[in-house]
Design a protein around this ligand. Structure first.
Ligand code: IMP
Ligand code: MG
Length: 184
């Protein structure tokens, strides 16, 4: 099967090796702040699926054994501009009472998605909610929200790969690339 879309491989910001190294550091960072018997790792779909899979496999070397679930949230629709309203498309199925939650997302942009998720899980009875994103965009947030753990701080550009998409394409790329208009 041939590619239906041109694949952005010229504007690589982080190679798969860069990502692997940083994710390894994040695993140690999270493990050192994670003293609980009741850890629940919640990924925000769909952008977090690859990042979360790499993170939790590293938890094993720290003997951390979380429950894992996913919530599908949507704020973008199609395109590169956030619509501003976060909706639950598909909910988690875990009781969060007294749980220590780590929310995992691919990227912190306006802050609305992560804030929505954090507030929702606190409302549902979690004892604590920490947040972890692979990428943190240097921009003014629409809401007051910063991540507890962040992989890389990037300029305000649109990026794809390692789970991040544009119109649901490019998620499978092993690196993170900047999407430029000639590749859209
Ligand atoms: P926020 O609610 O504006 O912080 O946006 C977070 C969500 O928007 C993330 O979960 C991503 O799915 C998406 N997003 C924001 N910036 C980018 C980007 O540069 N590339 C791909 N998706 C992005
Ligand atoms: Mg997305």
């Amino acid at each position: 099967m041939k590619n239906k879309q041109p694949h952005p491989t010229n504007n690589i910001l982080y190679s798969s090796e860069d990502i692997r190294q940083r994710v390894d550091e994040l695993i140690d960072e999270i493990a050192s702040t994670c003293d609980t018997e009741n850890l629940v790792v919640l990924g925000i779909l769909r952008g977090s699926f690859i990042f979360l899979a790499d993170l939790v496999r590293g938890f094993n070397r720290h003997k951390i054994h979380p429950r894992i679930d996913f919530i599908t949230l949507s704020s973008y629709g199609a395109g590169t501009i956030s619509s501003g309203k976060v909706k639950i498309i598909h909910d988690i199925d875990v009781d969060l009472k007294n749980a220590d939650v780590v929310v995992v997302d691919d990227i912190l942009d306006t802050g609305r998605t992560l804030q929505f998720a954090r507030d929702l899980f606190i409302e549902r009875g979690a004892s604590s909610v920490r947040t972890c994103v692979l990428l943190d965009k240097k921009r003014e947030r629409a809401v007051e929200m910063e991540a507890d753990h962040a992989g890389f701080r990037i300029d305000d550009v649109f990026v794809v790969g390692y789970g991040l998409d544009h119109n649901n394409y490019y998620r499978e790329l092993p690196h993170i690339a900047k999407l430029t208009f000639d590749t859209i």
